[in-house]
Every structure is written in structure tokens, then in C-alpha cells.
Design a protein around this ligand. Structure first.
Ligand code: FES
Length: 199
């Protein structure tokens, strides 16, 4: 397996050529915040919290580290003024939707985010897609998915499918950063079995 050498925060790091910058950083013990990443799932690139600065052949860019591949000689900086500012705004936007998420609260603390910068529109979901992807990629089921588009986009359990496969699983609850998956499931359960059913 071929390897490349890059620097992360001025530290020389060796990584497998197929790794993403996020994987290389984590292997080296260098933290990068993530919301939509899961080690067992395909990289998604949805939340953009893992943004970092990269420099290659004299060019500086800001990229999503969970999908950006390592390369020989790449210079990565995980905390710069610009990177921190972008993360701060992202957290502020997400907190308008999920103000009670423990993960977001911790990130707000770390990046000095103003939790009230944007008007609250609580939908309690940050659209990380972890539940949808976990169900499809790990469980091989499609009991939960995205519905609608644009601002109306949301995740929803398919009541009939959920009734068949979710009772004994519910693993997606543990990957959800806001507890919305559990709430959406209970809603689907209520729709599928208004008179109760298995719990
Ligand atoms: S963790 Fe990279 S975009 Fe969400």
C-alpha cells in the first residue's frame, strides 16, 4: 500500500495514499470537528465543519477534510483564523435549527459561537444524514430517508418499513447528534400504529 508524507499543523505525518485528510489527522491524533462523519460510513461532506486550510504547489484552499484526499507534500492547517471563523458561522447556523444538541453546544463553546446569532427555526435536525446512511449502508435497510427538497427537506421514517425493521434495531438513535432520529421514529410509529403496537 503506497504512502504519502504531508504536514498537518507543521507536523510531518505519514498516511496511506487512499486516506482523506481527516483520516490522516485522526490517525496522527490531531482533532478536527465533524458532525456528519462516521468511521463506518462513506464520506458525505454535508456539514462542512471539518473544513481545513490546505496548501499545495503554492495554492491555498479551504476544503472539506473528510472527502479531500491526502497527497504528497500537502500542507494542512486545521486551525486558522479563517477556518475558525467558518466553523463558528456554521455552528451558529446549525444552532438555529438544533439549539439543544449537546455536540453543537460543545462546538459553540470551543469556537466562540453566538448561539442566538440567527433566529431560531428549531427543526431539531441538522441534516447530517447519519441515520439515513447508517440504515442504508450498515443495516442494508431503507427505513429512514430524506423527503422534500430545499428548506422543506427533512428526514422521515417510512412507517411501513420502520414497523418491520426498526423495532429490534434503533441503532441510528445512537449516531444522531440531536436526538431527532428518535423523535422522527416515534412519529412514524404513531402513524403506523395509532393504537400502539410493539415498543
Ligand atoms: S464531517 Fe466533513 S463535511 Fe461533515
Amino acid at each position: 500500500m503506497s504512502e504519502v508524507t504531508l504536514t498537518i499543523n507543521d507536523r510531518e505525518v505519514t498516511a496511506e495514499a487512499a486516506m482523506s485528510v481527516l483520516e490522516a489527522a485522526r490517525q496522527a491524533g490531531i482533532p478536527i470537528p465533524t458532525l456528519c462523519h462516521h468511521d463506518r460510513l462513506e464520506a458525505y461532506g454535508g456539514c462542512r465543519l471539518c473544513i481545513v486550510e490546505v496548501e499545495s504547489r503554492g495554492k491555498i484552499n479551504h476544503v472539506v477534510s473528510c472527502t479531500y484526499p491526502v497527497e504528497q507534500g500537502l500542507a494542512v492547517r486545521t486551525r486558522t483564523e479563517t477556518v475558525d471563523r467558518i466553523r463558528r458561522v456554521l455552528v451558529e447556523e446549525l444552532m438555529a435549527h438544533a439549539p439543544d444538541s449537546p455536540e453543537l453546544k460543545a462546538l459553540a463553546e470551543e469556537y466562540g459561537a453566538d448561539r442566538n446569532r440567527f433566529g431560531k427555526e428549531p427543526i431539531f435536525c441538522v441534516m447530517c444524514g447519519l441515520c439515513v446512511r447508517y440504515c442504508a449502508e450498515i443495516k442494508g435497510e431503507h427505513a429512514v430517508g430524506f423527503i422534500e427538497n430545499g428548506p422543506r427537506r427533512e428526514i422521515s421514517f417510512i412507517p411501513e418499513r420502520a414497523a418491520e425493521v426498526c423495532w429490534d434495531c434503533q441503532e441510528c438513535f445512537t449516531v444522531c447528534p440531536t436526538s431527532y432520529a428518535q423523535a422522527a421514529y416515534l412519529l412514524a410509529k404513531g402513524l403506523a400504529f395509532p393504537d400502539g403496537g410493539r415498543s
